[in-house]
Ligand binder design. Sequence first.
Ligand code: ATR
Length: 293
Amino acid sequence: MAIVGRPSGFGIFDEMTDLMQRAYILGWPVKHSRSPKIHGYWLKQLGLEGSYELCETPPDTLADTVAVLKAQGFAGANVTVPHKEAIFALCDTVTSQAKSVGAVNTLWLEGGILHGDNTDLYGFSQNLTDFAPQWQSGKTAMVLGAGGAARAILYALVQNKYDKILLVNRNLERAQKLAALWPDQVTPLDWAVAQTRLKETDLLINATSLGMHGQPPLLIDLASANPTLIVNDIVYVPMQTNLLKQAKDRGLTAIDGLGMLLNQAVPGFSRWFGHTPQVTPELRMLIARDIPE
Ligand code: ATR
């Protein structure tokens, strides 16, 4: 890949001197991201000459940063909070799934064209496929939460032919707005009635921040759940949330959120470095070691 021009004044980018494939994570703040460790593990495991670095990107510098990276011929980047929507306008083209989800989390440069995609859908689906492949034959799902994460999950569920999706959120109006994107499949519901609908649910997903370290607990009683219910928490700090502990105690299938984080990284790595990496038990352990209980 040719490096075309290198405007100065952008810190780490000034030091680029070779043609190595370089990828970044753009966010603000971003220093706690686990992505460099994930991609670093794969680069080492596959013996590839590439790099993946943190790039602290305050909102008012996003456009300039992307312009510099494009000019230098970077391989691509992950994009995280708060840029997942703003980055749309800076992409030359985005995938249909990124459009449906309303967010881009992965960029790659090909022939000078900057592409944007959303790989959270893949991460979510693959995590379930790895640990509960039967999820693909479920019909009814309950999603708790109506933010950006919930939107990606709803799209994945619709793609996977879930024909009844109960969307539960504290702010019902927000759930109603989101449900309107897929009105045939998604029904918005008040939190107060969620519990009573558990017996008809095949798959329950927590897509709120409840249960995360520093946040209030998620209060839901799984006593009335269908015994084959699959419970997935996208929260992974801590990995064993109270929701997952309760699911396990009741003999239900419980899937943590770490696999979604690891799997959403796979498509980007493949594009940037030309090899499809594996989410191995060793990688899970490496990342899990750093997650507080
Ligand atoms: P993300 O992009 O990670 O989905 P978000 O858009 O901020 O983040 O969404 C956070 C979700 O967690 C929302 O569904 C939010 O509910 P509201 O829409 O009612 O705000 C939910 N959430 C956060 N704190 C909550 C709390 N204390 N009780 C109930 N739901 C909460």
